[in-house]
Design a protein around this ligand. Structure first.
Ligand code: GSH
Length: 206
């Protein structure tokens, strides 16, 4: 392979990259480099490549590095000849990227909540802040359910794969959330897309 992806099996942002690689037939082009990190214990190799200390980061053949996941997906989507997963122009481009951004916002909130509960000492925990992050997730899910089901079903692209990875992460970190009970449309959609080979090949650890 010509590219190296800093990788952790439980990172939903890394999973987005893996799903796009699979969907576009490029998985063999990228070698995975394991990175174990939290904001408090950064990975030296990652920090060297990405001062923000976050994954995914993608090292190209010429040694240059791309991050974050949005930039990496944009780059990789321009490296194959099949139908693009990011519309190249027009109103579809901005709409699909905005939906992908909202899916990433679910992930940002869920990852912050994970750090707040898993890393922060219990006596320093801030419940109102946790609740506020949960509200972001809830509002985004409600929006996807009420306004976006037809759009999501039309094409497994940047918007759909980003939301699929977000829902998969909620199942991993917030199994008690019970989002399927409140968002039946999303549940049916996710039951379908989670069976795609790209999603099955990149499943988060249980
Ligand atoms: N906006 C970034 C992206 O889209 O790639 C978010 C990436 C991110 O938050 N990655 C997490 C991370 O590297 C792992 S899931 N955390 C380490 C840290 O925040 O220091």
């Amino acid at each position: 392979s010509t590219m190296t992806l800093f990788h952790s099996p439980s990172s939903p942002f890394v999973r987005k990259v893996l799903v796009l690689l699979h969907e576009t037939g490029q998985s063999e082009r990228v070698a995975l480099q394991a990175a174990q990190l939290t904001p408090l214990s950064p990975d030296a190799g990652v920090v060297e490549s990405n001062p923000a200390g976050k994954i995914p980061a993608l090292r190209l053949a010429d040694g240059s590095v791309l991050h974050d996941s949005r930039v990496i997906l944009d780059y990789l989507d321009q490296q194959h000849v099949g139908a693009p997963l990011i519309p190249p122009s027009g109103s579809a481009r901005w709409r699909r990227l905005t939906l992908a951004s909202l899916a990433d916002a679910i992930l940002d909130a869920a990852v912050l909540m994970r750090y707040e509960t898993f890393l922060r000492p219990p006596e320093k925990r801030w419940d109102e802040w946790l609740a506020a992050q949960q509200e972001k997730i809830e509002r985004a899910l409600a929006y996807f359910e009420q306004d976006c089901l037809a759009e999501l079903s039309s094409h497994f692209d940047i918007a759909a794969l980003s939301l699929a990875c977000a829902l998969g992460y909620l199942d991993l970190r917030q199994p008690e959330l019970g989002w399927r009970e409140r968002y039946a449309g999303l549940a049916a959609w996710y039951a379908d897309v989670s069976q795609r080979p790209s999603m099955l090949a990149s499943m988060l650890p249980a």
